[in-house]
Write a protein that binds this ligand. Structure first.
Ligand code: ZN
Length: 259
């Protein structure tokens, strides 16, 4: 049953624990070169025994309806990221429910049982969106919690700028060290509309970045756990996290001086 309080992953996990999450897919690319590679990503993570969560958009699931079951068979989890990836803040209650429910129903047809995790597009969430979701019985039953993230380095922006996967991996490594633990946001595809989004989607190199990032994070002492182990943080944990993030910022600025 949906608990619509936000979980960011900050301050709720033991030190050096991370959850990997991938948004906006699924997407497949044939041949060599950049582009969405949800299948290869799921396979690589399974080989590394890392259980990830893929927050998928209905419009992309409709193009790759076998991917949710394929990823689950590899030990991963599937979350709902709405149908068309519009900001829910811009929609009326009926449209919010349609965006969420259509995707949930398609996932059921694809073999994904409930309840599952939900992540709003762009992380945009407020009390009105929360109320619209809770007002619908099927949405309440089909989902368990709302997850944002606390470790992010905008992988999609790297591909937009033509950055190397190694640069992207380094940015994520720094973000993980600064946060110490939590939920990592990356993108196995991109679900925005428009010509820029199509170009960014085709330039995706997140698989390569993840294959560089995972060994580096392991060398730093990080281990990977499933999203289901993230509980909602208590006020005390939030306060502790605040102290830790200040310490991490001090460390990060000291590092920069020496580089
Ligand atoms: Zn997204």
């Amino acid at each position: 049953m949906l608990d619509s309080r936000i979980r960011t992953g900050a301050g709720v996990l033991p030190s050096r624990r991370l959850v990997l999450t991938f948004d906006d897919g699924p997407g497949l690319t044939t041949g060599a070169g950049p582009g969405p590679r949800t299948r290869e990503l799921g396979q690589y993570l399974a080989e590394e025994r890392i259980p990830a969560t893929f927050f998928m958009c209905g419009k992309h699931i409709a193009e790759q309806p076998d991917m949710p079951a394929e990823l689950m068979a590899l030990g991963h989890h599937i979350g709902n990221h709405t149908w068309s990836h519009r900001s829910l803040l811009s929609l009326d209650s009926e449209s919010i429910q349609r965006e969420v429910l259509s995707t949930r129903q398609l996932l059921t047809e694809c073999g994904v049982g409930g309840p599952i995790a939900f992540r709003p597009p762009f992380g945009e969430w407020d009390s009105r969106v929360s109320a619209a979701m809770r007002a619908n019985e099927q949405i309440r039953v089909g989902h368990d919690a709302v997850f944002l993230w606390n470790v992010n380095a905008d992988d999609w922006r790297s591909w937009d700028h033509g950055a190397a996967p190694d640069d992207c991996a380094r940015s994520y490594e720094s973000a993980a060290l600064a946060a110490d633990s939590g939920i990592v946001l990356m993108h196995d595809s991109l679900a925005d509309d428009g010509p820029h989004a199509a170009r960014r989607r085709a330039a995706n190199r997140t698989l390569e970045a993840v294959m560089l990032l995972v060994p580096r994070l392991r060398a730093q002492g990080f281990t990977f756990i499933p999203l289901s182990q993230v509980e909602r943080q208590s006020p005390r944990q939030r306060a502790l996290q605040g102290i830790r993030s200040i310490e991490a910022r001090v460390r990060a600025s000291a590092d920069r001086v020496w580089r």
